[in-house]
Structures are given as structure tokens and as C-alpha cells.
Design a protein around this ligand. Structure first.
Ligand code: NAP
Ligand code: FER
Length: 345
């Protein structure tokens, strides 16, 4: 059925402990294409999503999900095409969202693959603006942050997969939006293309300097901090909270290379008290009940041209390790993807 096709895949070879990820932490190998069993489908990967949470899965520390084992295929969401179906639920040629991992082919239970009806949208969007990162932006901002018109919203990693969407939704809700990003061209994109009111280049600045910049841009304080990064930007935001401020802990990428050491820093309890503020952790997998509503709203905003979305595409499965390491270091310009194969169709 697949002729002489082989399955190139990326395995975890070594755990990066308290250090940056290196290409040698991965092993690229070529194996036989798997045979689907009864109830399964053989999927060919079209698009692979590279997301910061995968750094956590390389660590041995148990969190909300179990780590990837050494010698196992790296985990990851894909847009895939059904090549062989041994289930009545899917047919060859169907395009699905699945957790096929960092590989060219995977055999999975049909029940674990969700058929996509693209309705004119690019398939890759289902891993970004219409997928997990977009839903993170939508549910964390609207569900937890509950923005009101005129409020000031701060968004870190503003030009990334999640940040781009969060900031544009906050603008649609009538908020003043400030971003932070780590390069001059990212700052320009956030302001000029995405329409944020301000964007701060945080690189090389400590919490005090960032805090002073924020105080000047938001003299009445920050009502909502959409925290994608932790670190110095977090400290600067906490020092500038408005009365009844909300801090949404969505990510902490500034410490993902230090997951094995305790995260210590300034204690903000008194600031939360004085500002009667709230800080709440967010995990997108808790919000599945809102997936349909999120996709409907964001699809409409895309069609109306109210939301723009930039993607950064690496070519071929073997490029995944380098692209992943680059994304963690801020080299990506928009949502990081790997184009693994073209659609047969
Ligand atoms: P992304 O923003 O597209 O890419 C990661 C970005 O993080 C880099 O481009 C870089 O941008 C920034 N970064 C790297 N090191 C940093 C540091 N030391 N300090 C500040 N920024 C740094 O990634 P994403 O997919 O949108 O994810 C953004 C955050 O959301 C991540 O923390 C991720 O873990 C989190 N997330 C959480 C959930 C959830 O359910 N809780 C779901 C999805 C994503 P700069 O050039 O601007 O530094
Ligand atoms: C992410 C970062 C962290 C994410 C989930 C987590 C779904 C969860 C971390 C943990 O349980 O330690 O981007 O995305």
C-alpha cells in the first residue's frame, strides 16, 4: 500500500538536565512503516507542531503528563492524512488532527484522530491559530482574564504562537494592549501588523528597568498579565499590577532549561494582597469543553480579517530538532511548524 516507503522518525536520545537542548539529545532513524491493526488507521504526517511544552516532556520530572522515554518517538500533534483505514470511522484521504509524534507515519486507533473540515483555512492553522495555541490564547484571556473594555493587558512572548492571538483578541475586546518580545523585528510586527498599542524589547533588561518602562506605558497599572514566560518580565509586571489585577500563568519558558532546580524569586504575596489581585495557573487541556466555541469565533475573526497569524515553517522531519531548539531560543518568527509532507490529494 505504501510501496517501499520508510518511516523517518525522531527519538529522544538523552535528557537535557538543567541545560539547553542540543541536537544530540535526539536520534534520527529510519524504520519500517507500521501496519495498522483492526480499528486503527495508518497516518502520513503532513504538518508537525513544535511547542514549548515538549521541553517539559524531555525532563524526567513528572508533571501533568508523563515524560517521553529514552528511545521513544518525541511526542507531538500533527495534521495527518489517512493512508490506510481499518476503521469505518475514517477513509483514505481524510485529513485528521492526531498525536502522531515526530515521525513521517504512525498507526493509531481511529478514535484518537479527529477529522478536520478545513472550510477554506490552511491545514497548518489547526496546529496554531485554530489549534492548541490559539485555544490557549482564547480560553486563558477570555475565560480566566475576563477582560473589560478600557483595561490594560500585558502579553509576553507577544509575537509567538499564543501571544499573537491573545493580544489581538484583547484588542477586539477594547483593551489597551502592551506586548513584550525579544527582537526589534518582532517588536515591529507586534505593533505594526498585529496592532498592539505598545511593545517592549525585553532582551538584556532586568526587572527594574522593565518595571520602569511598564510604569511609564501603564501609569494606572496592568489589569491583566498574560504570562507566557516567567522571569524578569513576570517580576516587572507584578510590580505594576492594577487594583483587582489578574495574572494568568500560562507558561514559564524563561525557566524551561532549569526544571530540575527549584524556582525561587521574589515573593509577591503582599502585592497580591495590596492590589486584591488574583494569580491563576492555566492548562489548555482543561478547556476541551470550549473547543467548538473557540474554533467558531476565531475562524470568523480570521475570515473577517480581524486576526492575522504568522507561521514559521521548517522543511522535512529531520529539521525538527534544530527548529525546536531554535524556537526555545526565540529564533522563530510566529508559530513554529515542520512541513513533513505535501497532501496527496
Ligand atoms: P512561541 O511564543 O511561539 O515561542 C517561544 C518564544 O518564547 C520564543 O520565540 C521567545 O520569544 C520566547 N522566549 C524564549 N526564551 C525566553 C526567555 N528566557 N524569556 C522570555 N521569553 C522567552 O511559543 P508558544 O507556543 O506561543 O508558547 C508560549 C508560552 O505559552 C510558552 O511558555 C508555552 O509553554 C506556553 N503555553 C502554555 C499552554 C498551557 O496550556 N498552559 C499552552 C500553550 C502554550 P522572544 O523572542 O520574544 O523571547
Ligand atoms: C505548556 C507549558 C507547560 C503546556 C503545558 C505545560 C500545553 C504544563 C506543564 C507542567 O505540567 O509542568 O506550553 O502546553
Amino acid at each position: 500500500m505504501t510501496g517501499a516507503a520508510r518511516n523517518t522518525r525522531v527519538l529522544l536520545a538523552e535528557r537535557p538536565l538543567n541545560r539547553r537542548v542540543r541536537e544530540s539529545d535526539f536520534k534520527i532513524e529510519t524504520a519500517a512503516v507500521p501496519e495498522p491493526r483492526e480499528g486503527e488507521v495508518l497516518l502520513k504526517t503532513l504538518w508537525l507542531s513544535l511547542d514549548p511544552y515538549m521541553r517539559g516532556r524531555m525532563s524526567p520530572a513528572r508533571s501533568y503528563a508523563k515524560p517521553v522515554e529514552i528511545g521513544e518517538v518525541m511526542t507531538g500533534e500533527t495534521v495527518s492524512e489517512v493512508v490506510v483505514s481499518r476503521s469505518p470511522a475514517l477513509e483514505p484521504g481524510d485529513v485528521v488532527l492526531a498525536r502522531a509524534g515526530w515521525q513521517e507515519y504512525a498507526a493509531l486507533p481511529a478514535a484518537e484522530a479527529e477529522r478536520i473540515d478545513p472550510q477554506g483555512m490552511p491545514l497548518s492553522y489547526f496546529l496554531g491559530v485554530l489549534g492548541m495555541p490559539g485555544q490557549t490564547a482564547y480560553c486563558a484571556l477570555l475565560g480566566v482574564g475576563q477582560p473589560k473594555p478600557g483595561e490594560t493587558v500585558l502579553i509576553s512572548a507577544a509575537s509567538g504562537a499564543v501571544g499573537q492571538v491573545a493580544g489581538q483578541i484583547a484588542k477586539l475586546r477594547g483593551c489597551r494592549v502592551i506586548g513584550t518580545a525579544g527582537a526589534a523585528d518582532k517588536v515591529a510586527y507586534v505593533k505594526d501588523v498585529l496592532g498592539f498599542d505598545h511593545c517592549i524589547d525585553y532582551k538584556g533588561k532586568d526587572a527594574e528597568a522593565l518595571g520602569a518602562e511598564l510604569a511609564a506605558l501603564a501609569p494606572k497599572g496592568i489589569d491583566i498579565y498574560f504570562d507566557n514566560v516567567g522571569g524578569a518580565v513576570h517580576d516587572a509586571a507584578m510590580a505594576n499590577l492594577a487594583l483587582h489585577g489578574r495574572v494568568i500563568i500560562v507558561g514559564a519558558i524563561a525557566i524551561y532549561d532549569r526544571l530540575e532546580t527549584p524556582d525561587t524569586g521574589i515573593r509577591w504575596n503582599r502585592q497580591l494582597l495590596v492590589k486584591r489581585a488574583r494569580m491563576e495557573g492555566f492548562l489548555v487541556w482543561d478547556w476541551r469543553h470550549q473547543t467548538q466555541e473557540f474554533r467558531r469565533d476565531v475562524s470568523q475573526w480570521l475570515r473577517e480579517g480581524k486576526i492575522r497569524y504568522k507561521q514559521d515553517v521548517a522543511e522535512g522531519i529531520a529539521a525538527a530538532p534544530r527548529a525546536f531548539i531554535g524556537m526555545l531560543a526565540g529564533e522563530n518568527r510566529g508559530k513554529q511548524l515542520v512541513r513533513v509532507a505535501a497532501q496527496a490529494g
